[in-house]
Design a protein around this ligand. Structure first.
Ligand SMILES: Cc1cc2nc3c(=O)[nH]c(=O)nc-3n(C[C@H](O)[C@H](O)[C@H](O)COP(=O)(O)OP(=O)(O)OC[C@H]3O[C@@H](n4cnc5c(N)ncnc54)[C@H](O)[C@@H]3O)c2cc1C
Ligand code: SF4
Length: 440
């Protein structure tokens, strides 16, 4: 049984989606930073995809050099506050902290990172100045973590940068995807505004690049183009009934929860199909929106789920039930989905196989498909000489991040197939360095 009542106003939404990692106060930050051993060759840094000098920024907090601490963080990762709050620190920096070996709680690196960066954002501390114009222009497609990080880094080298974004707000899936109990929309948008003010890049909102003609125009107007387009909508499960009103893709569902939680109707009983982190988020969010029963149905066993253990625990803690070894066969209902016909599965030669005569029906008011996101191959086809692999990931040189068409560079989910904000941010920054080398 889920534990949250349906919220009827913003206050109740905020209570149901209370922050997992609230901002530290000064005493907490001082105490926590004093627990750090400032390790040499620190394992926490080795585990960080953006190579932040973690012992240094923690020492700076401890010495009350907060501006210096924020600079240390932002020099490595432009999404410093977002990552402090949404990174899976349990399996990255905090998971690697030496304190774990002594069964002592690891340093709360993420919360310290957010403490330092939030102070800089709130004080509007000036940390960076774009270089004098070098007369060259770069177009960035997509204002997600990859695109914005690429733009920040390019501005430090004096490029003029125009970002073309399909939606009307920046930061991509940080805003439209990351769970509201990890970070608020306000915190994300404040960091984006801070970056734009520091680096002075242009963002053109509601400006999707869709056609070959638009791409040709960008090619003639800009010296290089960065693709930070992320992934597409939820992949089809190829069962009849997917188009019914109460069957939604997980990313589309979560986007609505993020933008207008009070408008989302989850009903009493929800089935979420999938076993990745997005499935956990969708299920957890349904429970927090007041669904009485939320079932996570996954076709293999619990150990085979791609979701991190802590994400599954988060969902379970709000009453979500994990049902394993179940494959959906059919969606029941004519105008709306009334339930799902499942078959139990066993694993044979690594594949989930239906067990004969084990079918059963389970009713639901809402069905959420967390079956992965499509790749943007249709878009890539419009770029001459562009190559992608069998999984739809843009092929790039791993160091320069240049694609098979030398004018284009790529990073983030579109090139790595779907990872975390920290990876997208690191790859966007690396691509900017690749562009700089290429254009010089
Ligand atoms: C539900 C969900 C929850 C997640 N939770 C977490 C989390 O807790 N922690 C974490 O670290 N990561 C999380 N992630 C993953 C993380 O959000 C992504 O890895 C990251 O945002 C990828 O960044 P990106 O810049 O590559 O792409 P995106 O963030 O997808 O940004 C791409 C941008 O490009 C725009 N765009 C696309 N095509 C075009 C076009 N043709 N023209 C113009 N604009 C275009 C899009 O509108 C979008 O703004 C989550 C992902 C999902 C789906
Ligand atoms: S591993 Fe832990 S103790 Fe060592 S520097 Fe990193 S955060 Fe500090």
């Amino acid at each position: 049984m889920a534990e949250h009542k349906r919220p009827t106003n913003q206050e109740e939404v905020d209570a149901n989606f209370a922050q997992l990692h609230p901002l530290m106060n000064t005493s907490e930050a001082y105490y926590e930073s004093s627990r750090c051993l400032y390790c040499y060759d620190a394992p926490c840094v080795q585990a960080c995809p953006s190579d932040i000098d973690i012992p240094l920024f923690i020492r700076q907090i401890n010495n009350q050099n907060l501006k210096g601490s924020a600079k240390t963080i932002y020099e490595s990762n432009y999404f410093g506050n977002v990552c402090g709050k949404v990174c899976p620190t349990e399996v990255l920096c905090e998971g690697a902290c030496v304190h774990n070996h002594q069964s002592v709680k690891p340093i709360e690196i993420g919360r310290l990172q957010s403490y330092a960066t939030t102070k800089a954002i709130k004080k509007d501390s000036k940390l960076f100045t774009p270089a004098k114009s070098n007369g060259k222009k770069v177009a960035v497609i997509g204002a997600g973590p990859a695109g914005i990080s690429c733009a920040c880094e390019l501005r430090l080298h004096g490029y003029e940068v125009d970002i073309f974004e399909a939606k009307d707000q920046p930061s991509g899936l940080s805003l439209y995807g990351c769970a509201p109990y990890k970070i608020t929309n306000q915190e994300i948008l404040e960091e984006m505004a801070y970056l734009q003010k520091q680096f002075d890049f242009n963002i053109k909102y509601d400006s999707p690049i869709r056609t070959a003609e638009q791409l040709k125009r960008l090619e003639s107007q800009y010296d290089a183009i960065f693709l930070g387009i992320g992934l597409g909508d939820t992949s089809s499960i190829r069962l009849k009934g997917e188009d019914m009103e109460n069957c939604v893709g997980a990313t589309e569902f979560i986007e609505q929860v993020k933008l207008d939680p009070l408008s989302v109707k989850v009903g009493k009983k929800v089935i979420v199909i999938g076993g990745g982190n997005t499935a956990m988020d969708a299920a957890s969010e349904c429970a927090r929106l007041g669904a009485e029963q939320v079932i996570l149905a996954y076709r293999r066993d619990k150990e085979a789920m791609r979701a991190y253990d802590f994400e599954y625990d988060l969902a379970k803690n709000v009453g979500v039930q994990g049902w394993f070894n179940l494959q959906p066969l059919e969606f029941l209902g004519t105008d709306t989905i009334e339930g799902v016909r499942f078959i139990r599965t066993m694993i044979e030669n690594g594949n989930a196989k239906g067990i004969p005569d084990s079918e059963f029906n389970e009713s639901c008011d809402l069905l959420i498909l967390a079956t992965g996101q499509n790749k943007q191959v249709d878009f890539l086809q419009k770029i001459s000489d562009m190559k992608w692999d069998k999984k739809g990931r843009i092929e790039i040189d791993p160091e320069s991040r240049q694609t098979s068409n030398p004018k284009y560079f790529a990073g983030g989910d579109a090139a790595n197939g779907g990872a975390e904000v920290v990876n997208a941010s690191a790859e966007g920054k690396a691509a900017a360095k690749g562009i700089h080398t290429f254009l010089n």
